[in-house]
Design a protein around this ligand. Sequence first.
Ligand code: AMP
Length: 215
Amino acid sequence: MNIILLGPPGAGKGTQARHLVETRNMVQLSTGDMLREAKDSGTEMGNMVADVMARGDLVTDEIVIGLIREKLEDTTEHGGFIFDGFPRTLAQATALDELLKATGKTLDHVIELRVNDDALVKRIAGRSTCGNCGEVYHDVTKPQPADGKCSKCGASDFKRRADDNEESLRNRLMEYYKKTSPLLGYYYAHDLLKRVDGLADINVVQASIEAILDA
Ligand code: AMP
């Protein structure tokens, strides 16, 4: 089963994707994570996208489609792909349709995590993650453990994203509404769109997503 998690920055796509990786052996394809990896390891492409990402603009369709194409060629057995942060434009959505078709795969659900902008700003402003396992913390709602060790894996290297600041976030939201939200209409027309309240308790969001996948 292949699904897309759709929603603005901070909607909880990454958190929910990680849960599905653990419980259903699915594979998370986060173009944001792939781009950050390229940036951190200083590849030519990584250096090219660093400024674009810091501003909160979208990187070119060509780059992200190339990243996804590579991953779809992997033939290891698993529970399906979770597209997280991809597609973000109509051109990416149609490219994904073609890539899936070419590899004999289908898209089963597009799940929109609905949230309001004020909640997003609050969520993102205090966000940090474990550099080892990706567990997400928040200064107010889920502070890093007092002993400085990740509650999930015990590592003590926490990261804050360079683009998790208010200016970049406003730009990321603008990009979302301008370029990504038209995908809601696209997938509605393809009868794939499902909606979940992204502001509900994390376990409730998980359960709602699981109910969609099990229906
Ligand atoms: P994310 O981790 O999904 O919030 O992505 C972080 C940043 O990476 C975005 O603000 C964009 O600059 C870039 N990015 C990630 N995915 C895409 C995509 N599908 N298309 C264009 N840019 C992307």
